[in-house]
Every structure is written in C-alpha cells, then in structure tokens.
Design a protein around this ligand. Structure first.
Ligand code: UT7
Length: 323
C-alpha cells in the first residue's frame, strides 16, 4: 500500500502593517461602503520591505513545523506557490530552505496564481504517495502589493500580502486509514488567460507587471468552476455534502464564499472566512485560513475539510482532507 499524506501542522504569517478601507480611500477613488458591500473586505495587510515572500514563507513554515512537532531534518521537499517571487531565481522555496536550515532534499516554486496552494498540495501528495519524499512543506507566500496598479480601483482594493504553510508527513496507510489527503483535483483552462493576468515579467523593461482583472467574468467562472470542483471531490470519495465538517475556501470575495457554502448546504459557522481581514492573498489565502481555524481550535483532528481555489490561468481545484 502506498503511503498517505497526513497534514501534520499548519502556520501563517501576516505583515505588521494593517491598511483599512478608509486608509485606502484617502488615495484611491473608492469607499469603505463599496468595498465591503461588493467583497466583504474591511482591511488587508501590506508587507514592509523586509517582509519578502521568502521571509513570510519561512515564518509560516516555522510555525507549521513546530505545530507538527517536526524539525528541519524532517523536510525532504519544499513547494512554494507564489506569483510574486522575490527573484526570478533562485526559487523562493530555496531561500526558505536555507533560512530554515534544511540541508537535504529539493524545492521549487509553483506558479498557478490563486490556486497555487491546491496545486502544491496535489504535487506534494503525489510525491509522498510514490515514495519520492516523506516530509513536504507546501507554502503559499504572496506580496501582491508589489504588482497592484494603484490607478485601477477595480483591483487595487482587493488584495493583501501574507503567507501560509502546511507540513505533510508520510504515514503508512495501515497506520490510520481515515486521516490524510483523500484526494486532490486540479484543472486549468489556458484559453481564459486574458481575464486575469499580470501584464509584465522579469526581463520586460517596458512592463513593470501589474495585475489586470475582468472581475465580473472571473466571478462568473469562479462560481461555476468551484462548484464543479467540490462536487468532483465528493463524488470521487463516495461522500455527500452532509459529510463535510469544514469548507476552507479561497478568500477572494465573500459573495463567492457564501455561494459555495449554500451549494454545499453548510451553515455559515462551518465555512472559514478571513477575507474580511486578510483580503485576497492569492496562493496564501487557503493555508492562512486553515492556520487560523485550526489554530483557534475550530477545526479538530478527525474533521473532514474541503479546500478549494480559483485563480489566473484560469487555474482551479479542490482538495479533500481528513485532519
Ligand atoms: O483570486 C482570483 C479570483 N478572483 C475573483 O474571484 C474575483 C471575482 N470578481 C469579483 O469579486 C468582483 O467582480 C469584483 C469585486 C472585482 C467587482 O465587483 P462587481 O460587482 O463585479 O463590480 P464591477 O467591476 O462590475 O463594477 C461596478 C461598479 C462600476 O461602476 P459603474 O460602471 O457601474 O458606474 C465600477 O466602476 O463599481 C465601480 N467600482 C468601484 N467603485 C468604488 C469598481 N471598483 C470600485 C471601487 N470603489 N474600488
């Protein structure tokens, strides 16, 4: 029997600086009322200079390892999902590897925008199942404040910075069959690349690289694709809505989160919401929400947790995990 991936620990890091809607409205043509009504966002965190993607990812990873009772020696691989790496290379994951004092194994960055953490979980789970690694850190770390276009009020009010991490540990299937990553399903549709993208890259001197989004179109796809992804996860495991203890969704818009909760017939108190305080932290949003709800004791060992996310690409996916 191939090993299973147990979610052994989780951690998050948020920058020190909190920026309220009111503060943003001093420099952007917007209002607290508009932002809250359309998105549920009240504030976001913006990174200081030293709070790089590597720094924040390292802090989140340290907490995940500590919560798992693990050390740097237990880490075989680091997969770091980000759209805002500190450098084109080395990979942010390897800056984290060095900062944690991990001296073996391998690491790489993964680019799948807001679905990056779900993609990372899927890759890590596959590596553990086939015996390539026994301890994997999956991290989402983002500094979106670097790529926001402050002249575009339709996008610059939506995002924030932060990092979240989980430590996955291999366990023999016979050890505890009910726990671990039960399934992951990841998808992409490249033909929809132009509804959410960054208009630049390293090596393109005329293009500083700002986020561009056709919000309504992304909204429409998010509701449909995410609903499909969660149904797919349940069907693959022979489970129903009633089996889910917690939904930990991507935190882009409270209206999308509410729609997903309704589709799954989950009471609001079973849906983890951080978008009001974190805004959209892209690949960091799901592990940050997980870290919060696991950390404060809402999510308990044995609970069945459904994770989902959608982002630029388009990319989307779901993961079903028994803690
Ligand atoms: O993480 C990746 C996945 N991303 C998502 O899932 C995001 C999906 N999209 C959304 O969440 C929503 O589409 C938005 C929150 C981005 C926008 O909400 P909307 O209800 O679709 O608004 P809209 O873009 O259609 O704009 C409505 C109006 C426009 O004014 P008019 O043309 O109706 O006069 C905008 O100019 O709101 C205006 N507007 C604003 N007003 C005040 C747009 N942004 C702002 C703003 N403050 N920040």
């Amino acid at each position: 029997m191939s090993p299973r991936s147990i979610l052994a620990g989780c951690g998050g890091y948020l920058p020190e600086r909190v920026v309220s809607n009111e503060e943003l409205a001093k420099t952007v043509d917007t209002s607290d009322a508009w932002i809250q009504e359309r998105t549920g966002i009240k504030q976001r965190y913006f990174a200081a200079k030293h709070e790089t993607a590597a720094f924040m990812g390292t802090e989140a990873a340290r907490i995940a390892l500590a919560n798992a009772g693990a050390t740097a020696d237990d880490v075989d691989a680091i997969i770091l999902a980000t759209s805002t790496p500190d450098q084109a290379f080395p990979a942010t994951a390897l800056r984290v590897q060095a900062a944690l004092g991990v001296t073996k194994g391998f690491g790489f960055d993964l680019s799948a925008a807001c679905a990056g953490f779900i993609y990372g979980l899927s890759v890590a789970d596959g590596m553990i199942r086939c015996g390539q690694a026994r301890g994997v850190l999956v991290i989402g770390s983002e500094v979106y404040s670097r790529i926001l276009n402050w002249q575009d009020r339709g996008t610059c009010v939506l995002f924030g910075d932060g990092a979240g991490a989980v430590f996955l540990r291999a366990a023999r299937s016979t050890d505890d069959d009910r726990r671990g990553v039960l399934s992951t399903h990841i998808h992409a549709q490249g033909t929809l690349g132009d509804i959410l993208y960054v208009d630049g890259a390293v090596g393109q001197p005329d293009k500083p690289g700002h986020l561009v989004m056709h919000g309504r179109e992304v909204f429409r796809h998010a509701v449909t694709r995410l609903a499909e992804a969660v149904e797919e996860a349940l069907a693959a495991n022979g489970l129903t809505h009633a089996d889910i203890d917690w939904l930990v969704p991507h935190q882009a818009n409270k209206r999308i989160i509410d729609a997903m909760g309704k589709k799954l017939h989950l009471p609001p108190e079973r849906v983890v919401v951080t978008v009001d305080r974190h805004a959209n932290t892209s690949a960091a949003s799901v592990p940050l929400a997980m870290a919060e709800a696991w950390g404060d004791g809402r999510i308990q060992q044995g609970d069945l947790v459904l994770l989902e996310a959608l982002g630029g690409g388009l990319t989307w996916g779901s993961a079903l995990v028994r803690l």
